[in-house]
Design a protein around this ligand. Structure first.
Ligand code: PMV
Length: 335
């Protein structure tokens, strides 16, 4: 009962911030629908992916988890067990497990490492337990680890329903990786672990006076974005993604305590992107819960934008990104 899987991270074009307080917190029900692009890193050996192997066996006396060679405990372990317990109960198997996982990019730095991590875990564990579920149903289980992980089950462009129950909160694919010409240049400003993780930050959303506005707008924007992606309208998608990102950061900055993820270089990049756009180069920014910026571009412009973004003061590194494929099972085991 052993299996391995690879999943990619994703960048939300319409983001969620905050989880429903009307449901069991372990269900991780996002406050709004979201839209994302699953991303494949094209730079050096950074593919923005997580590779996970899991084995269930009556021989194990406890659940053992190691990520990049470090044993995992505390809240992170709790989230992993949350996913595995659901799968164990669906498979009616109570064996303990051993799991090993490797990311090829910095974790907890606003690059959505939890998305690829919990998507890879779900795919590998379901396969090891012999559960054959649709991707929609797998996305519900991945959400028990992190809201954004529901989307990384699918490749290409993805719509995730916030929903109002475990059954109605899931992700589906809008279209495959080559249906819409959108790439990204990630400007890495800081790859250190952030002080407040998104897992912690979600609890503060409701303290912002702008929270309700953001939720309502995000629902509309998610639906609009699905249509605009299918219409292949890059500029309209970019403009909405940028606006939605600013709504989320406005909520973060105005929550109590205030969450300020930006650094001076983050603002330098925003200003540069706005200037490039005025000069006729179509590019848009989006920023997750961290200081790093994703600059959304069409493939024909990605190298030029990468060069220009790479020159900005405070940018330590750039990573080129294109849409990635679905999360998949691999025969390549880590142990
Ligand atoms: O799924 P989490 O708990 O890692 O939270 C994701 C939060 C954002 O990345 C900021 C937004 C999103 O929708 O991905």
């Amino acid at each position: 009962m052993k299996s391995s899987a690879i999943a990619h991270s994703n960048i939300a074009l319409v983001k969620y911030w905050g989880r429903s307080r009307h449901h069991d917190p372990s269900l991780n029900i996002p406050l709004n629908d979201t839209v994302s692009m699953t991303k494949y890193g094209m730079t050096d050996d950074i593919h923005l992916q997580t590779h996970t192997t899991i084995e269930f066996s009556p021989e194990y006396n406890e659940d053992i988890v190691s990520v990049r060679g470090h044993e995992i405990t505390g809240r992170h372990l709790e989230r992993i067990i949350n996913v595995i317990d659901e799968l164990r109960s669906l498979a009616k198997i109570d064996y303990r497990f051993k799991m090993m996982s490797q990311n090829d990019f910095p974790t907890q730095a606003g690059l959505a490492s939890s998305a690829s991590a919990f998507a890879a875990l779900t795919i590998a564990a379901a396969d090891a337990l012999g559960l054959r579920f649709s991707r929609e149903n797998l996305s519900k289980i991945a959400r028990l680890g992190s809201g954004s992980a529901a989307r990384s089950i699918h490749g290409g462009f993805v719509y995730c329903y916030g929903g109002n129950s475990h059954e109605t909160s899931y992700a589906e694919q809008i279209c495959t990786l080559d249906c819409f010409d959108m790439h990204a240049v990630i400007a890495v400003v800081d790859s250190a672990k952030k002080e407040i993780t998104s897992d912690e930050g979600h609890h503060l959303a409701h303290t912002s006076p702008f929270n309700e506005f953001r939720i309502e707008k995000s629902h509309q924007q998610a639906q609009e974005l699905r249509r605009l992606i299918l219409d292949n309208d890059f500029d309209a998608v970019g403009a909405i993604a940028e606006a939605n990102c600013l709504y989320m950061h406005a909520v973060m900055m105005t929550s109590q305590p205030s969450l300020f993820y930006w650094q001076p270089a983050t603002l330098n990049i925003i200003k540069t992107i706005q200037k490039l756009r005025k000069g006729g180069l179509p590019c848009y920014f989006t920023i997750d819960a961290g200081p790093n910026v994703h600059c959304l571009v069409q493939s024909k412009n990605m190298h030029e934008v990468q060069k220009l973004i790479g020159q900005i003061e405070g940018v330590k590194k750039t990573i080129l990104v294109k849409p990635a494929e679905d999360a998949f099972v691999t025969g390549d085991h880590l142990f």
